[in-house]
Design a protein around this ligand. Structure first.
Ligand SMILES: CC(=O)[C@@H](O)[C@H](O)COP(=O)(O)O
Ligand SMILES: NCC(=O)COP(=O)(O)O
Length: 253
């Protein structure tokens, strides 16, 4: 559960499922990966069950929902497009958080946030946000780091926004890094001012994480998968999760 002044680490296990799906052997196990990450101190588990089941499959959602019931102090976050297959998983499992992501069904990966300037988008999302709240599920909207968009997110009823951090990650180690950090700090402050909590994710890693949570105010949760699983292939889940938690502490969170 989120704590004031602390950034929670939610481990996205999509890429464990991606590797598992390349053989019919059931290894590496998604639930074992999640268990080891939770045992190492991860605050939660995130999945993104895409319609094509390229990685997380419907059975994984069921299995992880059952696992998370054994970890009542940790959070389960399910990401997806609520106009596609996400809402069925939310109704069936009632995770702590639903993260609405505007991905198309065949998208290579998530690469943009919601366009809340579009009235059709707002009209589609509002009842789905309301339904999640009726189910007791917090809603986070995946958003680009645009300060002007945060009031609209709050007016729709979102509890949080998740800032899409790839532009920051891509700028890491270049003169553009400071510019991106200022951009994300402004977007986060605008979100906080609008009454939203702030999540962040996409391409965060052990190099760029500490600076992000140090410079961007009030980050409640980071969800990290691709780089973390890649690190775990070298270091193991336990050492990797502990190192990501160290990065958060290094960033004062
Ligand atoms: C929404 C986001 O940025 C990621 O959580 C997303 O789940 C990545 O999806 P892939 O793991 O399929 O690239
Ligand atoms: N919402 C971001 C997430 O869950 C994982 O993104 P990534 O670390 O795999 O890029």
């Amino acid at each position: 559960m989120s704590q004031p002044g602390k950034t929670s680490l939610s481990v996205n296990v999509n890429k464990v499922a991606l590797l598992r799906n390349t053989r019919h052997l059931g290894i590496p196990s998604v639930t074992r990966a999640a268990t080891l990450c939770l045992q190492a101190g991860a605050d939660g588990i995130t999945i993104h069950p895409r319609p094509d089941e390229r990685h997380i499959r419907a059975g994984d959602v069921t299995d992880l929902a059952a696992l998370m019931r054994d970890w009542p102090e940790r959070e389960f976050n399910i990401e997806g497009n609520p106009t596609q297959n996400l809402m069925g998983f939310i109704r069936d499992t009632r995770p702590h958080q639903a993260t609405f992501v505007p991905d198309s069904e065949d998208q290579f990966t998530s690469d943009h946030g919601w366009d809340l300037n579009d009235p059709a988008v707002r009209e589609r999302l509002r009842p789905l946000i309301d339904e999640c709240h009726e189910l007791g599920v917090r809603v986070s909207l995946f958003m680009d780091a645009d300060p002007q968009a945060m009031t609209a997110a709050r007016q729709l009823g979102a509890d949080r926004v998740e800032l899409y951090t790839e532009p920051y990650a891509a700028a890491w180690g270049t003169p553009e890094q400071a510019v991106q950090l200022q951009r994300f700090a402004a977007a986060a402050q605008a979100a906080l001012d609008a009454g939203l909590q702030v999540n962040a994710g996409h391409d965060l890693n052990r190099d760029n994480l500490a600076a992000f949570v140090r410079e961007v105010p009030g980050v409640s949760e980071v969800s990290i998968g691709h780089a973390l699983v890649a690190d775990a292939l070298e270091l193991g889940y336990d050492a990797t999760v502990r190192d990501y938690l160290r990065c958060l502490r290094e960033g004062g969170r």
